[in-house]
Design a protein around this ligand. Structure first.
Ligand code: ZN
Length: 207
């Protein structure tokens, strides 16, 4: 169903290499849009590539948006428009593009109303992610946070732990317009039990 018409073949373009994200970038994306999935408004869990990497999108922050696991999985390498058509009108646009069980007019109407809402959320989130002061705030704040365990948790787990302990701290900074002058105190987070390798934020403590 996903047509390649109109997009250059992946081999034809020189692509930047995929890169590793830093924790502050992970957090800057996950907490954007009030920490909610831009597609369904559930709590965000992952970074979604708005324009998928496979379709020419890159790893720049403003091509990323907070999403829940479910939406991220089912969006796969669809563009937002394709995902909207797929997600909002699954009854009509069946697997091979044939009409399915829905009423075409009803489903199209629903799609036409919902798509601009998604686009607006994406745009607002892009503007948020392009805010230099916001980015600096995250870079500065996260650099003073130390995870005391070996092996180190994955970036995804670190982000969940940070949000668990500092969610209200982030909200306060947002309210204050991402103050640049405040320097974050050095902070240590460690597993409740030194030997534990738990990936649940509630099994971690602040020192
Ligand atoms: Zn979602």
């Amino acid at each position: 169903m996903r047509s390649e018409v109109g997009s250059p073949s992946p081999q034809a373009i020189t692509r930047p290499r995929r890169r590793y994200f830093r924790l502050w970038e992970e957090l800057a994306v996950l907490t954007a849009h009030r920490g909610l999935c831009i597609y369904c408004l559930a709590s965000s869990e992952v970074k979604d590539h708005v324009i998928p990497f496979a379709r020419g999108g890159d790893d720049a922050l403003h091509n990323l948006a907070p999403a829940c696991d479910d939406c991220n999985d089912s969006k796969n390498d669809r563009t937002p428009l394709e995902f909207a058509a797929f997600r909002l009108s699954p009854g009509v646009w069946g697997r091979h593009g044939h009409p399915g069980s829905g009423q075409l007019v009803d489903e199209f109407d629903r799609f036409r109303r919902s798509y601009p809402v998604w686009m607006e959320r994406i745009e607002i989130t892009q503007i948020e992610l392009l805010n230099r002061q916001r980015r600096e705030w995250f870079r500065n704040d996260v650099s003073s946070t130390y995870f005391s365990s070996w092996p180190q948790p994955t970036i995804r787990v670190k982000a969940a732990i940070y949000r668990h302990f500092y969610g209200s701290h982030v909200a306060a900074a947002e309210k204050a317009g991402w103050p640049t002058e405040s320097s974050a105190p050095f902070r240590i987070l460690r597993p409740r039990d030194w030997h534990a390798r738990s990936e649940r934020p509630s099994d971690w403590v602040r020192l």
